[in-house]
Unconditional design. Structure first.
Length: 95
């Protein structure tokens, strides 16, 4: 059985594909969850998910790209990959 090397997969990933972000429900969030949002590029969807969503909302969220789903861990791997094409927001104080 072949094992999947996620580092290699992230390096070969097409960040320019369209993506759909589905946010999960969180009991910790007082406002309505995001629900569904479509992005023209995966890179933009990952930036939004990693930099703008509250961490509680990210836990139940997933990204769908060409019928392939990525949970919060998969999204983080793609975002932290050296192949990620956008500049990342500098780490600052936590929310």
């Amino acid at each position: 059985m072949d094992t999947l090397d996620y580092a290699t997969e992230a390096e070969l990933f097409d960040y320019s594909s369209t993506a759909e972000l589905f946010s999960g429900k969180s009991r910790k969030l007082r406002r309505q969850p995001l629900g569904y949002r479509r992005f023209a590029r995966v890179a933009d969807a990952l930036r939004f998910a990693m930099e703008d969503l509250p961490p509680e909302a990210l836990l139940g969220s997933y990204l769908e790209i060409e019928e392939q789903r990525f949970d919060s861990h998969g999204m983080r791997r793609l975002y932290e990959s050296a192949a990620y094409p956008l500049a990342r927001r500098a780490a600052g104080p936590s929310r």
